[in-house]
Structures are given as structure tokens and as C-alpha cells.
Design a protein. Structure first.
Length: 72
């Protein structure tokens, strides 16, 4: 799970949900992103796509599927 600092602060303040000692939240590994490259949230939404290896460091292969649905 890629989060910025305000989102991480909100997660840490929750009493019902606490990250584990190794920095994971359930099955998700928390990765703090600093200095987001864009001001536009739509572009920053692509950051996890390009940094998938940070979420799954033991994976040998990562597959990204780009798909556009058309009804024509």
C-alpha cells in the first residue's frame, strides 16, 4: 500500500487498525512515498504501477495489464 505522510498519520491514529512490527497492515506492506512527482492526483495514481517491486520485493515477475473497455 503506497501512502503519503498525512495518510500514514491517519492510519497510525486509528485504534482498531495497527500496523505490525514489520510495517505491514494485514496482507499489505506499507510504503511511504515522499516528494510525490506530480501535483495532479491522477498522475500520482500511476506511481504504484511503476513501483510494484517495492510492494512485492520477493516476486520474480510483475505483470501489468493495461486495458481499455470499449462497447463498439
Amino acid at each position: 500500500m503506497f501512502v503519503d505522510q498525512p495518510s500514514l498519520d491517519a492510519i497510525l491514529q486509528e485504534e482498531e487498525i495497527k500496523p505490525s512490527v514489520n510495517g505491514s497492515l494485514g496482507l499489505w506492506r506499507i510504503v511511504l512515498i515522499k516528494n510525490l512527482p506530480y501535483l495532479d492526483g491522477r498522475r500520482n495514481g500511476k506511481v504504484p504501477k511503476f513501483l510494484t517491486h517495492r510492494l512485492f520485493p520477493n516476486a520474480r515477475l510483475v505483470y501489468n495489464s493495461n486495458q481499455k473497455n470499449s462497447t463498439s
